[in-house]
Ligand binder design. Structure first.
Ligand code: ADP
Length: 193
């Protein structure tokens, strides 16, 4: 199974991606985790992207595309993936679709984790992950989400493989709702799941 999770910072993508990966035996790939790992390991890539990540700005599309290609292709070959945080812009979606389609590894379902802004801010402040979880940076990341990722939701809107769930519910309830929706979708899908 090949899935995308789309949601604002704090929407619970990481938590849900982990559970889906375990449930379906697929690989969880978080662009944010991979980027932060590069920053921690002081790789050349890490040094290029540190200021973007720390300030809550998007890392340039080309850099993210290059970083994601190998792990996504490997996961698709190994049984599937759940992507968390990627694609995050319409450009990333368009570019990765072209690559994935050529490999027969295109996405089968996209889940929008929908959470009201007040709840997002509350969760992000209590998470306190570090340099990108201060109040000013959180505010900026939410603005970046509105400007760059909400157009991605609009771009995908109306596709039968895209659906929204109420991400303000407790994690177990969100998980079960996603699984139920995926089952329904699989019943109507032509391709193998
Ligand atoms: P959150 O969803 O809580 O913002 P992530 O871990 O997904 O956290 O992302 C953290 C940071 O990593 C983002 O603020 C951004 O700087 C960078 N990032 C992650 N994914 C992408 C992506 N697909 N394109 C560009 N930048 C990204």
């Amino acid at each position: 199974m090949r899935l995308l999770l789309i949601g604002a910072p704090g929407a619970g993508k990481g938590t849900q991606a982990e559970r889906l990966a375990e449930r379906f035996g697929i690989t969880h790939i978080s662009s944010g985790d991979l980027l932060r790992q590069h920053v921690r390991d002081l790789t050349a890539l890490g040094q290029t992207i540190k200021s973007y990540v720390d300030q809550g700005d998007l890392v340039p599309d080309g850099v993210v595309m290059d970083m994601m290609r190998k792990p996504v292709v490997a996961a698709a070959e190994a049984g599937g993936y759940v992507l968390d945080g990627f694609p995050r812009t319409v450009e990333q979606a368009k570019a990765s679709f072209a690559v994935a389609q050529a490999l027969g590894a295109e996405v089968q379902a996209a889940v929008h984790l929908d959470v009201p802004r007040g709840e997002l801010v509350r969760r992000l402040l209590s998470r306190g992950r570090g340099s990108d979880d201060t109040e000013a940076v959180i505010d900026h990341r939410l603005q970046v989400y509105l400007k760059n990722t909400v157009p991605l939701l609009e771009y995908y809107a109306g596709r039968e493989w895209m659906f929204a769930v109420d991400g303000s519910q407790p994690p177990d309830a969100v998980h079960e709702e996603i699984v139920a929706r995926l089952k329904k979708l699989a019943e109507f899908a032509d391709g193998p799941w």
